[in-house]
Design a protein around this ligand. Sequence first.
Ligand code: C2E
Ligand code: MG
Ligand code: MG
Ligand code: MG
Length: 291
Amino acid sequence: RAKAMPGNSWLRYSRDFKEAVRQQISLEAEFRSALRTDELEVYYQPKLELATGRVRSVEALVRWPSPKRGMLLPNDFIPMAESSGMIVPMGYWVIEQVCKDLAILKRMGHGNLTCAVNLSFRQFHDRKLAETVFRIIYNADIATDNFEFELTETAMMLDTEFTIRSLIELRKLGLRFALDDFGTGYASFNNLRRLPISTVKIDQSFIRSVSEVAEDATLVEGMINLSHGLGLNVVAEGVETRSQLEFLHRIGCDEAQGFIIAPALPFEALCSFLDAAASASSDALVFGRRG
Ligand code: C2E
Ligand code: MG
Ligand code: MG
Ligand code: MG
């Protein structure tokens, strides 16, 4: 068998493999130090409440402006953080940062704003998750009402029993959950009924074509009606065009999030955005933007 692989291609494979391992180790080491030195940043993407044209909630999205590698997005480092276990301390760092920012927003008169924080399945491997999350929020003197956590179906369904127990524990403490990327997992509709969630976020893949493909529009309308029937709040993700926004408004979707409203913003830019949104009329906010 060994003969089937010419010597130099084996050597190349071996060298590439070693190089990949070295890269991974150095990314991990840089990330560990970035976490320790507060090099990560939390950006915030506004969600627009369609019935009122107000922004009542935002989603926290982590960024890593690495001095060496440039601005890194979650897809560049979350998989490594998950496989190395560093997602656990990173997750707590994000919640702490969100608490600090919410305290500033409160002083600016935006005390009713809700912030959603993403949780990955790997964070549930920490048996003290519920306890730690609650302690951070409590110590920061932030109301649990100001928080929401986003989990994907896959995250909620892995290690089901323990995960659901943690979710229920957090729910009892007044924390709410949203089902992220809805429609991309499995057994979707059954989960809506079983999981302790209050919001569903319809994945961008369904939103993309609502204004062109009639079947997709029907599907999204069905997802919204079904969710409403179960008493759930509905957010559309990845809304990029005005016609998508108008469609979602017309069929009664509760909130929209996407580039048509704003991308994820650094905290300072979020503050300006919220101040401008508070003084603009709802019409200007929903329909006065360029698509
Ligand atoms: P997600 O929670 O589904 O977040 C939505 C993603 O879609 C974000 O990507 C956002 O920037 C992007 N997005 C928003 N509007 C639009 C749009 O109109 N068009 C397009 N094409 N994209 C849009 P981002 O920030 O790169 O985050 C990717 C994923 O990384 C998130 O998906 C979430 O699963 C994960 N993530 C982000 N921050 C955290 C975190 O603090 N902790 C954990 N555990 N995961 C995180
Ligand atoms: Mg999310
Ligand atoms: Mg999502
Ligand atoms: Mg996603």
